[in-house]
Design a protein around this ligand. Structure first.
Ligand SMILES: [Zn+2]
Length: 65
């Protein structure tokens, strides 16, 4: 079953790929994350984004619980 979800990092509507704390991370962003090294400038940005995704309270999730 293919589900569609908005990617929490690039905010594009993509096929559900990697669900992390109820947020979708699309294939492209997952690849970016896994390919990024600590020396890449984009790595910091992604780490920050990931922290936002993980720590941000979600009203939708609240309703599900
Ligand atoms: Zn994405």
């Amino acid at each position: 079953m293919i589900r569609i979800a908005v990617c929490s990092l690039c905010l594009k509507t993509r096929k559900e790929n990697l669900m992390l704390f109820g947020k979708n991370i699309c294939e492209d962003c997952e690849a970016e994350l896994t390919q990024s090294s600590t020396e890449d400038l984009s790595y910091d940005l992604y780490v920050k984004k990931m922290k936002e995704v993980i720590t941000a309270p979600s009203k939708q999730d609240k309703n599900k619980l």
